[in-house]
Design a binder for this molecule. Structure first.
Ligand SMILES: [Zn+2]
Length: 418
């Protein structure tokens, strides 16, 4: 039984996640990591903790950056999956404005259906609902889905795939908008998901996929956005090629600053929307260097240098007798902590707003997680901002810490003290 569990816990990927090509090369090996959202209860600390290879690879054919080990979704997305998209104001504002953008750019009659895949607590759908749309969320994470339902957002507790999409179509009809933010790169059975989208999308309907942009990952050294939930790291070239296979067309792209720099892909049935210049401009312009092996190797060597710089910085502070902690414990924080091997000898504790993580321990490094109050009570000298993409908001929320003489450390792209 135990062996069976082990065999089914994940698999090596030997073909490109999108184009199925097998000419893949290693970009960066981050070592073995536990699932980055698997925060441990105190009673789990002495149990054996599973960890899996975490390696960034690239496809020579389509250029897709991806990882080459897929952990079983049931291990990654447990019932109490702790990510909640509404916990920051920046996030909420962003999703409301995304709904507004789509409403303004693709106007239609009132009461059309907007479906969000991986809807979490329903923030984006709340934006659509405010604009007069019928809304439906689809998300297998029970706790988040229940919260959405409590907030009046109709939610199906399931993975979005061909099968569940068929049932949705029968019950709710075709969708004007199908959105998938920060989940497209997480989906192992992506073909089935896309077929489900094609089947559910009205003739003139629009799919909007938004995901951290691979170019930002490479240019800004955002290696901590690599973790097992993120199977692939999207960019325009592989997306365009991939969607075509399903009768879909990528007709517009738009960059945004959320999550350290994201790209939004607007997609429709082939020929139903004019293809904007933005798509080609991206391919021949900024993305041109993303598919060079040389550039990717340079990225890997910079990541190794960043690790040394961050570890040395914190080690120097510890030698001076300073107390250092981590603030905000997002999934990406665990890639950074585990890759840099920053445990309680470096960071006394982490603080977090998400209730479900408080009282638990970070996966791998086992650093205890407290609420933000603990920061004011213990008055450490330095606070490492692990959710550096929300650094401005975090520093504003914790202004009191700075006023009392505390300093912040931002780790990415180059560690700096503020
Ligand atoms: Zn490929």
């Amino acid at each position: 039984m135990a062996l069976l569990g082990l065999l089914q816990s994940g698999k090596h990927i030997t073909q490109c996640h999108m184009c199925r090509g097998s000419d893949l090369f290693l970009v960066l090996d981050l070592g073995h990591h536990p699932p980055s959202d698997a925060f441990l209860r105190p009673d789990q600390l002495l149990d054996q903790e599973a960890s899996y290879p975490l390696r960034l690879i690239s496809c020579k054919n389509c250029g897709l950056l991806q990882i080459d080990y897929a952990v079983h979704p049931e291990i990654l997305y447990q019932r109490d999956y702790p990510y909640e998209s509404s916990t920051t104001k920046t996030g909420r504002d962003h999703y409301y404005s995304m709904a507004k953008d789509m409403h303004d750019n693709f106007p239609g009659p009132k009461g059309l259906l907007a479906i969000d895949v991986g809807s979490n607590v329903g923030v984006l759908l709340q934006g659509f609902k405010n604009l007069g749309y019928k809304v439906l969320g689809v998300d297998p994470a029970e706790a988040a889905g229940q919260k959405a339902i409590d907030n009046g957002i109709d939610t199906v507790g399931d993975f979005f795939n061909e099968d569940s999409a068929g049932k949705i179509k029968e019950k709710y009809g075709l969708a004007r908008f199908i959105t998938a933010t920060n989940c497209f790169g997480h989906i192992l059975e992506l073909d089935s998901t896309v077929r489900g989208m094609v089947n559910l999308l009205a003739k003139k309907g629009v799919i909007a996929v938004e995901s951290p942009y691979a170019l930002e990952l490479i240019e800004n050294l955002e290696y901590d956005t690599i973790y097992h939930e993120h199977i692939c790291y999207l960019s325009v070239k592989p997306m365009k090629l991939y969607l075509k296979r399903f009768g879909l067309e990528l007709f517009d792209v738009k960059r945004s600053s959320i999550h350290g720099g994201s790209m939004r892909y607007y997609i429709g049935h082939i020929g139903e929307h004019p293809v904007r210049r933005s798509v080609n401009a991206c391919l021949v312009g900024e993305e041109a260097g993303l598919y060079s092996e040389k550039k990717l190797k340079l990225f890997a060597s910079k990541v190794k240098k960043q690790r040394m710089a961050l570890v040395s910085l914190i080690m120097d502070l510890k030698k001076q007798g300073k107390a250092v902690v981590g603030v905000a414990a997002p999934a990406k924080g665990n890639t950074l902590l585990n890759y840099c091997k920053l445990d309680i000898n470096f960071l006394d504790f982490l603080t977090e707003k998400t209730q479900i993580k408080i009282g638990r321990y970070s996966p791998g490094m086992h650093i205890p997680v407290y609420s933000d109050d603990h920061l004011f009570k213990k008055k450490p000298d330095y606070a490492l901002i692990l959710a550096w993409n929300f650094a401005d908001e975090i520093m504003a929320n914790l202004a009191q810490f700075k006023k009392r003489g505390g300093k912040f450390i931002i780790p990415i792209p180059t560690p700096k003290i503020i």
